[in-house]
Design a protein around this ligand. Structure first.
Ligand code: NAD
Length: 265
């Protein structure tokens, strides 16, 4: 498929997990992809990118650092002179009863999930707006929230608060840009349980805390999903690629839930 031919995309946190599936998908759809992550550019995963995805470039970007974002913007300007698609994928999860939640951990949740996307949007808005004026349907921001940005579970106040903020940040910028005639659409995606390192680590931690066998907890988690299993990262990436493309040209400020039916119950 070549629906993204000629487009340039930057995806944060894209060496692994959902982000990696997104860069694979955008590349397959014809985009020039900037793979970005906090990892050293000389690490194995970063070095493998140019072989795995011909034409793609790796950019070291700690998405919580404003100076790193500014350097990324300068590099994208120099290398491509445009940005059509920004996927703010970086995030982190935690779990704790609220009375035991460390303030530093609470702030880390806000930095990783909310500030990272804010910095990306703030820094790249002028280039996205300029590029959006060159294409029929404008440029596209996709912010990765979670089903936990829509509903609550016990012991997830920090993560849910952060992901709920991602949802409303997205709606706020969507109407701000649309009303001002700025050609940038912005939408959020709300995955359920996705089989990545983040979920596996989180389940192992919860299993250890509660004295449950880790495999048993995975099975219990899957039983909570109407579809009966976790998502594969590519199943989230396909939805993000849709929002990145002109196929979603009339969508802005929307939230797409990709959770196997959990929040429908
Ligand atoms: N996995 C799930 O079940 C699930 C469900 C709902 C939402 N999400 C959200 O999807 C997004 C991706 O999650 P995932 O499961 O793929 O995570 P993951 O932990 O498997 O991968 C995250 C990637 O981000 C990178 N990273 C970490 N800190 C970074 C930083 N400061 N700057 C740049 N890169 C950084 C990591 O190196 C890694 O490559 C997150 O926002 C997460 O909250 C995940």
């Amino acid at each position: 498929m070549t629906r993204l031919a000629g487009r340039v995309a930057l995806v944060t946190g894209s060496l692994r997990g959902i982000g990696r599936a997104v860069v694979d998908r955008l590349h397959a759809d014809g985009a020039s992809v900037v793979v970005s992550d906090v990892d050293d550019p000389h690490g194995d995963a970063a070095l493998a990118i140019s072989d795995d995805l011909p034409g793609a470039r790796y950019l070291q970007l700690d998405a919580t650092s404003e100076t790193a974002w500014q350097a990324a913007r300068d590099r994208v300007m120099r290398d491509y002179g445009r940005l059509d698609i920004l996927v703010n994928n970086v995030g982190a999860e935690t779990s704790s009863p609220v009375q035991d939640m460390d303030l530093a951990e609470w702030r880390r949740m806000m930095a990783m999930n909310v500030e990272s996307g804010f910095l990306g949007v703030k820094t790249f808005q002028p280039l996205l707006a300029q590029t959006g004026g060159l294409t029929p349907c404008g440029s596209s921001i996709v912010n990765v929230s979670s089903m936990m940005g829509l509903v609550a579970l016990p012991n997830t106040s920090a993560y849910s608060t952060a992901k709920g903020a991602v949802r409303l940040f997205t709606k706020s910028i969507a109407v701000e840009f649309a009303k001002a005639g700025v050609p940038i659409r912005a939408n959020s995606v709300h995955p359920g349980y996705v089989d990545t390192g983040m979920l596996r680590n989180g389940l192992s931690r919860v299993a250890a805390q509660s004295g449950i066998d880790s495999d048993a907890l995975v099975a219990m988690t899957e039983q909570c999903v109407p579809i009966g299993r976790m998502a594969r990262p590519g199943e989230i990436a396909g939805v993000i690629a849709f929002l990145a493309s002109d196929d979603s040209s009339y969508m802005t400020g929307a939230e797409l839930v990709v959770d196997g039916g959990i929040t429908a119950m």
